[in-house]
Write a new protein. Structure first.
Length: 157
């Protein structure tokens, strides 16, 4: 029996929930930041809350994925993908790399926005950086959701 194999299905489900929370909070951050930049008041606390949720849920999805990885590597990758669908190994390798690369921007959005104030010119000038980081996070989450669903439909843990 592999490390955490009896818990792999509940951990996979928690991984899914954390990824959904990360994706939805990233969209909320983008929308609220846009509205704040257009002069709509009253959204700053909500913006900062969603930025914190983004950082925490993305980090949680990342950690849960790392906990599931040993079971996936043996039960799916080694026993199935390497022989039946070698291209699937590449899809998953990209998924891992994108997840790791987007972890820093996911946390960076929160780090920038936790003390952000729309009335300060320097803070307003950081909005394009936040949007760029959100784009990286959403692109990684989009690809990872698709590839995770696709590979899971072929064979799950």
């Amino acid at each position: 029996m592999l490390f955490l194999e009896p818990w792999s299905k509940p951990l996979l489900f928690a991984h899914l929930i954390a990824a959904i929370a990360a994706c939805s909070s990233a969209v909320h951050v983008g929308c609220r930041l846009y509205l704040l930049m257009r002069g709509r008041p009253g959204l700053l606390k909500s913006l900062q809350l969603h930025a914190r949720i983004l950082a925490l849920s993305y980090a949680l999805a990342f950690v849960l994925g790392a906990l599931i990885y040993p079971v996936f590597r043996i039960r799916v990758r080694h026993e199935f993908l390497e022989s039946a669908f070698p291209a699937g190994v590449g899809l998953f390798e990209l998924k891992e790399h994108f997840a790791a690369l987007a972890l820093i921007p996911a946390i960076g959005v929160w780090m920038i926005l936790r003390a952000w104030e729309p009335r300060i010119v320097e803070d307003r000038q950081s909005a394009p950086v936040v949007y760029a980081m959100l784009a990286v996070v959403l692109a990684a989450l989009g690809y990872n959701a698709w590839s995770g669903w696709y590979l899971g439909s072929l064979r799950s843990i």
